[in-house]
Design a binder for this molecule. Structure first.
Ligand SMILES: O=P(O)(O)OC[C@H]1O[C@](O)(CO)[C@@H](O)[C@@H]1O
Length: 611
């Protein structure tokens, strides 16, 4: 027996036929009939649409607890339940307390968002700061691309990815020195959007024993990199290294590459025979791969952002190498995209999501989005969404240049595990969040289930935990959304990614920000570069003093003074402490715990790089 997703009590559960593979589109309801939506022209006159944000109004939500009457709730649930028949995907927004008036007031703004999205899909410069088109939707339906050149690029790249992966899997493309004669491992080097999608998809969809097992170097943490290389051990000889960077110049990724290349050298292996680059044409990485003659290079397109790149070579190549059906992933995304093009809000799941986010967080990020997938394989969905949502929505200025400091915080791991971590606070503590439950109806592949108590399976417990948590939170006025899929398949994962990509785009329109740039990240990168350049100056000053006879130990104040960086004294102290902790040539006298008292000099003079 399967129950209608999201129903509170078993007393109102509807019994339906169990899902089976031969019946791939189990449907619980026919599509909801459309509620009458007020004509746009009339709503215009009701809403001050010229204001950057539509403020929440008293009577909308403030001071009101959510609806508790079970009969009304049941009606609300049935009335608002969205389903995608072909995808077997449901969206339940009934436990978000929005009012009809709110939807009516937002209708003109939502219609504007649909128009903006339509223009984006036609190739408008939707990322104005970077003067870029935003084309991730074309990746799963190349016919949508604004010109034939891009269409051919997309199709050719997909074919090239599939051909390359097929040849690797069949052993036609093989590593030169592997005893097995085949590639057995993938080591993906990349960060942010160049890692999070592939990590999520690998965790969600890779078979138990994939033909190539994937690992990630997604940081410039030397110990983390050593750990991955150590775990590969002799299998380094049969490891395909995919280096992923849209810009081709991200320092963490460059460092990862240099570290991996060093490991190859030390193992007597030729990196170029096992290295693949995914990057923009003619980037530093692309040129390096070309000059060094790497095994293959795949393009990343200018018009695909890192956080929306899962359906480009970034996500598709590693997926294909793990025998994940990438065409199904694309098909799921494409089907979801089609649905999200309707301008009828109630039939548009991404619009429903965006409006619920707006309602729940007052359109200013006043509440966090806690994402709780009740399926271990979807563990990384919340981490993936964290970048997709926060890097897109977290912006200082709106499109008109007003300072707005927008954002929508996303966190979460998985249910029911989190029940035993932080759900206590969600139920009883500070009310600063709304939840998104991700439910998967199919517990196990057919034929594998068993009852660990009479009439109850392990999966029934997981189901009960989800429904129980949803009910308990709601009873205490904590709102939630539930997204339900029948199974975790390439198709449903593709659909989930597409659903959230579009919801983020719509939400950005609702709050009038550019979802497709990330100026804030640049500030941190610039500051990191400045720290490294200060470190070079510190070393050069220390070198000068340490080459004297006798050696002249310097206080931190003296170093700062000689570097002409008195205002950077704290950073200079930290640089010294970090280098001393890592057995570099620096010697400190005194205790690093008392910054004023230490004296610093170099153990060696004129060390390369210190001069
Ligand atoms: O693919 P790249 O250019 O190495 O960038 C990696 C990540 O860095 C960012 O630019 C900033 O974090 C992300 O948007 C991007 O996904």
């Amino acid at each position: 027996m399967t129950t209608v997703p999201g129903i509170l009590s078993s007393s109102v559960a509807i019994t339906i036929k169990p899902y089976s593979k031969s019946q791939p589109t189990t449907n619980f309801f026919t599509r909801n009939t459309l509620r009458n939506i007020r004509p746009v022209s009339r709503i215009h006159s009701l809403t001050g649409i010229s204001s950057p944000l539509i403020p929440m109004e008293d009577g909308d939500k403030r001071g009101k607890s959510v609806e508790k009457n079970p009969e009304v709730l049941w009606r609300r649930y049935v009335d608002w339940l969205y389903q995608h028949k072909d995808l077997g995907l449901f969206l339940d927004v009934s436990r978000i307390g929005f009012t009809d008036e709110f939807f009516e007031r937002m209708e003109p703004r939502m219609q504007k968002a649909f128009v903006a999205m339509g223009e984006l899909e036609k190739g408008a410069i939707a990322n104005p700061d970077e003067r870029r088109m935003v084309g991730h939707y074309w990746l799963r339906n190349s016919k949508l691309a604004p010109n034939s050149f891009l269409r051919v690029q997309i199709d050719d790249t997909l074919d090239a990815i599939c051909n390359f992966a097929d040849k690797v899997l069949s052993g036609e493309i093989k590593p030169p020195l592997s005893p097995t004669g085949r590639f057995t491992q993938v080591l993906s080097v990349g960060i942010g959007g160049s890692a999070l999608g592939p990590q999520f998809v690998a965790e969600a969809l890779a078979p138990d024993n994939p033909p190539l097992k994937i690992r990630f170097v997604d940081n410039t943490d030397p110990a983390g990199i050593d750990h991955q290389i150590a775990q590969l051990g002799p299998e380094l000889a049969s490891t395909l290294v995919i280096v992923v960077s849209k810009s081709g110049g991200t320092p963490e990724t460059r460092n990862g590459l240099l570290e991996v290349q060093k490991a190859f050298r030390e193992a007597g292996l030729d990196f170029s025979k096992q290295g693949v680059a995914i990057t923009q044409e003619d980037s530093l990485l692309d040129r390096t791969a070309k000059i060094e003659g790497w095994l293959a290079r795949f393009p990343m397109f200018d018009w695909v952002g890192g956080r929306t790149s899962e359906m480009s070579a970034v996500g598709l190549l590693p997926a294909a190498l793990q025998a994940i059906d990438v065409r199904e992933l694309l098909a799921g995304a494409s089907l979801m995209d089609e649905e999200n093009r309707t301008t009828e809000v109630k039939n548009n799941p991404a619009a429903l999501l965006a409006l619920c986010w707006y309602w729940a967080s007052d359109g200013v990020g006043s509440k966090d989005m806690v994402v709780l997938p009740y399926k271990d394989s979807l563990l990384l969905f919340s981490r993936y969404l964290q970048q997709l949502v926060m890097e897109s929505i977290g912006k200082e200025f709106d499109l008109d240049g007003n300072r707005v400091n927008q954002g929508l915080t996303v966190y979460g791991n998985k249910g029911s595990t989190d029940q035993h971590a932080y759900i206590q606070q969600l139920r009883d503590g500070v009310h600063n969040f709304f939840v998104t439950f991700i439910e998967v109806l199919r517990d196990r592949p057919p034929g594998h289930d068993w009852e660990l108590e009479p009439g109850v399976t392990c999966g029934d417990y997981l189901f009960g935990m989800l429904q129980g948590t949803r009910s308990a939170l709601y009873a205490n006025d904590r709102e939630s959304i539930t997204v339900t899929v029948e199974e975790v398949t390439p198709r449903s994962v593709g659909a989930l990614i597409a659903l959230y990509e579009r919801a983020v785009g719509f939400y950005a329109s609702l709050v009038n920000i550019n979802a497709y740039h990330q100026p804030g990240v640049e500030a941190g990168k610039k500051a990191a570069g400045e720290v490294l350049s200060l470190q070079k100056r510190v070393l050069s000053i220390l070198n000068e003093a340490s080459c004297k006879e006798p050696v002249e130990p310097l206080t931190v104040e003296e170093i700062a003074d000689r570097c002409h960086a008195v205002e950077e004294i704290e950073m200079i102290y930290k640089i010294v402490a970090h280098m001393a902790a890592n057995d570099r040539a620096i010697i400190t006298e005194g205790s690093c715990g008392s910054p004023r008292s230490i004296k610093v000099f170099l153990g060696e003079c004129n060390v390369e790089g210190y001069i």
